[in-house]
Write a protein that binds this ligand. Structure first.
Ligand code: ATP
Length: 332
């Protein structure tokens, strides 16, 4: 059976790391018809928007996409492509597994946590206005529906993966109503999942503890902006943005993309680390229940990282993007 999957190459290092990911996935034996859909700055002249309808239509049709980073031009009045996609497809859960791979230079061992970020509201609701010329306001929206749904998602992922604990991350001591609602919803959902331990932590304390003892955490669930910040920080704990994959999940629809952005400083040089993109592909294959192929690719990536001979510059090596991908294929 062949899967139809939307491939969004994206901007900056996107086309390079996505080509690498596609090459590895194609070499793994799974049959995929890739439907390429371009988005971002390069399509604005032609379509008048960085997120043309055909991109959304393609994902709606195929139900699964592998996406590179897409940059939205700042200050030109366009809504963020990433936020636009998540909201229009109701990709309500952003999942970012943060895990140490042996051989990857970092300060910790045995980190294996998952950040579950609410993906549709919070401070990303896009409700902002000026108050004359003396102030500007951003409205943070937390709803019961989205909070219940994301908490339920976090407990389900914990149960599915045999994990032990869910921690709700918030700032309810200050934002008593909005984060208070998020926390209350998490607590109520926790009562339905007695098999999984539950606790909560204020986001600033969480940041400190993650840096001190990231091994102590399992599944972390949080509102949108905290998830954005903590997932970049957590990437730094395990070797940087080059190695952490991600997924945006909705009801019966999913878009897989690395945590990193378009990294314009290293774009076009064939030096970006494609690990995060390849591992996003592994998450995609698991979503498609292609567990064997997913494991095969994950094991090959782990082997190449462990050897540490053919790795990209961010991990202390000299390999080019495609050389790393080829080495993964050699180890499949
Ligand atoms: P965005 O706001 O679009 O999410 P960002 O500000 O988080 O982007 P990134 O583009 O993700 O920034 O990357 C920050 C820096 O991390 C880059 O400039 C680059 O040096 C490094 N980096 C990110 N991704 C990779 C990668 N795949 N391989 C190597 N280095 C990377």
């Amino acid at each position: 059976m062949a899967y139809n999957i939307t491939l969004i190459p994206g901007d900056g290092i996107g086309p390079e790391v996505m080509e690498a990911a596609k090459m590895v996935i194609d070499a793994s034996g799974v049959k995929i018809n890739w439907e390429v859909a371009e988005a971002g700055a390069k399509v604005i002249d032609e379509y008048g928007t960085p997120l043309p309808d055909y991109v959304i239509d393609s994902i709606k049709k195929n139900r699964v996409a592998l996406k590179g980073p897409v940059t939205t031009p700042v200050g030109k009045g366009f809504r963020s492509v990433n936020v636009g996609l998540r909201q229009s497809l109701d990709l309500y859960a952003n999942v970012r597994p943060v895990k140490t791979y042996s051989g990857v230079p970092c300060r910790y061992e045995n980190v294996d946590l998952i950040i579950v970020r609410e993906n549709t509201e919070g401070l990303y609701a896009g409700i902002e206005h000026n108050v004359g010329d003396v102030a500007a306001e951003s409205i943070k929206v937390i709803t019961k529906k989205a909070s219940d749904r994301i908490a339920e998602f976090a407990f389900n992922i914990a149960e599915k993966q045999g994990r032990k604990k869910v921690t709700a991350v918030h700032k309810a001591n200050i934002m008593k109503l909005s984060d208070g609602l998020f926390l209350n919803c998490s607590r109520k959902v926790a009562e339905k999942h007695k098999d999984i331990q539950f606790n909560d932590m204020i986001v600033d304390a969480m940041s400190m503890r993650l840096v001190q003892n990231p091994q102590n955490y399992d599944v972390l669930v949080m509102p949108n902006l905290y998830g954005d910040i903590l997932s970049d920080m957590a990437s730094g704990l395990v070797g940087g943005l080059g190695v952490v994959p991600g997924a945006n999940i909705g009801e019966d629809i999913a878009v897989f993309e690395a945590v990193h952005g378009s990294a314009p400083d290293i774009a076009g040089k064939n030096i970006a680390n494609p690990t995060a993109a390849i591992l996003s592909g592994v998450m995609m294959l698991k979503y498609l229940e292609e567990y064997e192929v997913a494991k095969k690719i994950d094991d090959a990536v782990a082997k190449v990282l462990k050897k540490g001979e053919i790795v990209t510059t961010d991990l202390g090596g000299t390999a080019k993007t495609m050389e790393f991908a080829q080495e993964v294929i050699n180890n499949l």
